[in-house]
Ligand binder design. Structure first.
Ligand code: SF4
Length: 378
C-alpha cells in the first residue's frame, strides 16, 4: 500500500534515504547532551530498539563537548539538532552524520545577515564534513518573514518556506538534504506535506507529527498523518514523537515500525469523525532542552486530572522548556511550559503566573473550570 516514491536517494553516512530505500525510522535523545553519560545511555537504548538514525540536540559548547564524548563511544548514525545556534555547525559537523536546522530559528543570531548566507554556511559545513542536512520546519516556529507574508495561512507559510529553502540549497549545488514539515495537528501535516511534495517531488521527506503527546492519542494522531501520506508515496524517513519517560523512548521506534508494517500491509484504521472533538491535550515529546524531568509526570497528570472535561472543545498544551514553550502554547486555550523549578501557566497568549510543580495542576484546573463556566454562560 506504499506506492513507489519519486524522491532522489541521499545517504546519511551509509544509510540511504529516499527513492527505493527502505523507510528509515528514527528518534531523538531526550537528555541534555552536555550530560554525555545519560545521552550515551539514550543513544544505546534507541539503537537497541532498532533506530536507523538518532538525533541529539546542541545548544552550547558544553553540549558540543558532551556530543564529542558520545561520538567517541558510539558508532550510531547521528544527527544533530542545531536549535537556535546554527553557528555551532562548525563544531558539530565533524562529529555527526547529519545536521538539522529550523528555518524559523535562523533569525535569532546575526539578524542583519541574509538567510541565504546562513544556509550557505550550513551547506558548506555539511559538504566539508560529509554530512547530510535536514530542513526541519515546525508550524509552531514559523520564520517571521513567512508568518508576516501569509498571516493566518499557516500551511501556505510553512510550505512556501520549505520550497524556498530547497531552492537555496539546490542553487548552492547541495542536494544531500531532506525536508520535514511538522505540527501537532495531523491534518495540517498532511496538507502541508502534500503541497510540498507536489512542488518538490524529488526531495526526500521526513515525516512526523510534533507534540503529538501521550499514548494512545499521540499514536493515533501520528497514524492519521502517516496513513494519509505514506499511502500517497510521501515519506522517506519518519519519527513518532511521544511524551514518554526517558527510559521508554525506544517505544517511539517500536511504534514507528508497527505503523509502517500496518500501512504496508493495508491495515488502515479509520478514525471516527468525533476524534478531533472534545479536549485536545498536546505535549512535546521532550528533548535535551527539557528543564525538569518532572515534565513527563506533569503531562500524564494533566491528562488524568482533566478527564472530567473530556467533552469540552478546548486545547491544553504542555511544553518542556522555556525556548519553545512560550511560543508553542500561544494557540492553546491553556498552556503550561516548564522551567527548572516552576511551571508557567498561560491562557491563550496571556501569562497568568508561574507555579511550583506541586501547585500547577490545581491552578490549571481552576482556570479550566472557569473557562468551561464562561463558555456555558456565553
Ligand atoms: S518544547 Fe522544548 S523540551 Fe519540548 S521538544 Fe521542544 S525544544 Fe524540546
Amino acid at each position: 500500500m506504499i506506492p513507489p516514491r519519486k524522491t532522489r536517494t541521499i545517504t546519511v553516512r551509509d544509510l540511504p534515504i529516499g527513492g527505493s530505500a527502505p523507510i528509515a525510522v528514527q528518534s531523538m535523545a531526550a537528555t541534555p547532551t552536555c550530560d554525555a553519560r545519560a545521552t550515551l545511555r539514550q543513544v544505546r537504548l534507541l539503537e537497541q530498539a532498532g533506530a536507523d538514525l538518532i538525533r541529539v540536540a546542541v545548544d552550547s559548547e558544553r553540549d558540543v563537548e558532551g556530543l564529542r564524548l558520545v561520538r567517541a563511544e558510539s558508532d550510531a548514525v547521528l544527527s544533530v539538532d542545531l536549535q537556535e545556534g546554527y553557528r555551532l555547525a562548525a563544531l558539530v559537523a565533524p562529529l555527526v552524520d547529519k545536521l538539522r536546522y529550523n528555518p524559523g530559528h535562523l533569525h535569532h543570531h546575526e539578524r542583519t545577515k541574509p538567510v541565504r548566507d546562513k544556509v550557505a554556511f550550513l551547506a558548506e559545513m555539511a559538504a566539508e564534513h560529509d554530512c547530510a542536512l535536514r530542513v526541519g520546519i515546525n508550524a509552531g516556529s514559523i520564520a517571521p518573514e513567512y508568518a508576516e507574508r501569509f498571516g493566518s495561512d499557516r500551511v501556505g507559510a510553512i510550505a512556501a518556506c520549505a520550497i524556498d529553502h530547497c531552492g537555496f540549497l539546490e542553487e548552492l549545488g547541495f542536494e544531500r538534504f531532506v525536508v520535514s514539515i511538522k505540527d501537532s495537528d495531523p491534518n495540517l501535516v498532511v496538507e502541508a506535506n502534500q503541497r510540498f511534495a507536489a512542488a518538490c517531488p524529488r526531495v526526500p521527506v521526513h515525516l512526523g507529527v510534533t507534540e503529538a503527546g501521550l499514548p494512545p492519542d499521540g499514536i493515533v494522531k501520528t497514524r492519521i498523518a502517516f496513513e494519509q501520506l505514506l499511502s500517497r508515496g510521501i515519506g522517506d524517513t519518519l519519527r513518532v514523537s511521544l511524551t514518554l519517560p526517558f527510559d521508554e523512548k525506544g517505544r517511539e521506534i517500536e511504534v514507528g515500525r508497527e505503523l509502517l508494517a500496518d500501512i504496508e500491509a493495508g491495515r488502515f484504521r479509520s478514525v471516527p469523525p468525533s476524534f478531533f472533538e472534545g479536549l485536545n491535550i498536546i505535549a512535546c515529546p521532550s528533548c535535551s532542552r527539557v528543564e525538569n524531568e518532572k515534565f513527563i509526570e506533569l503531562a500524564q497528570e494533566v491528562q488524568r486530572a482533566t478527564a472530567h472535561a473530556a467533552q469540552q472543545d478546548l486545547t491544553i498544551a504542555v511544553m518542556g522548556c522555556r525556548v519553545n514553550g512560550p511560543g508553542e502554547t500561544d494557540d492553546a486555550d491553556l498552556g503550561l511550559w516548564c522551567g527548572p523549578r516552576q511551571v508557567n501557566l498561560k491562557r491563550g497568549t496571556e501569562t497568568l503566573g508561574s507555579f511550583s510543580y506541586e501547585e500547577i495542576v490545581p491552578r490549571m484546573l481552576a482556570e479550566l473550570d472557569a473557562l468551561v463556566r464562561a463558555r456555558a454562560g456565553a
